[in-house]
Design a protein around this ligand. Sequence first.
Ligand SMILES: [Fe+2]
Length: 188
Amino acid sequence: MITLEHAKEIVAKHITEDHLIKHCYAVCGAMQAMALHFNENPEEWGAIGYLHDIDFEKYPEEHCQHVEELLAPEGISASDIRAIISHGYGLTCDVKPETNLEKSLFTVDELTGIIMATALMRPTGITDLKPKSVNKKFKDKRFAAKCDRDIILQGCDMLGMELSAVISLCIDGMKQYMHELSLEGHSA
Ligand SMILES: [Fe+2]
């Protein structure tokens, strides 16, 4: 089983940009919370979340198409590689999310972006961020416009979960990494 420590070692070889590393932590935390929700292993789900954009910095135009060549030599299992590739479903590949892990990754990838952007605007960061505030920003399509709302709703549908429930889990999960995400707030 992949551990978060191993995932960090692999990511350190392929991702250098600060905002991308922050995104790794955001998705990692969100996936840990989703794992707990489904009674699955948070270490494993978090590690896969941390790894999910492994080929993005080197191959932004061919995202998800270089996952296997980067991760197979590291001993990552075929099912974990499939899970990572499937987060690009409908965007960069046609590997459909099937398992709860895959559906979760597909959903939280974009959603953590909206949560990050919402928390960044607040003096208290993510510390007391409520799902309601994120919901409001979700509806404002001009806010964090790059985060694809349709993908997130499609993901919630696959999961059979309400958007607000997924938002709530993502906030909880991301809070664990508030320092790595620089979302601990800046109260004067
Ligand atoms: Fe991502």
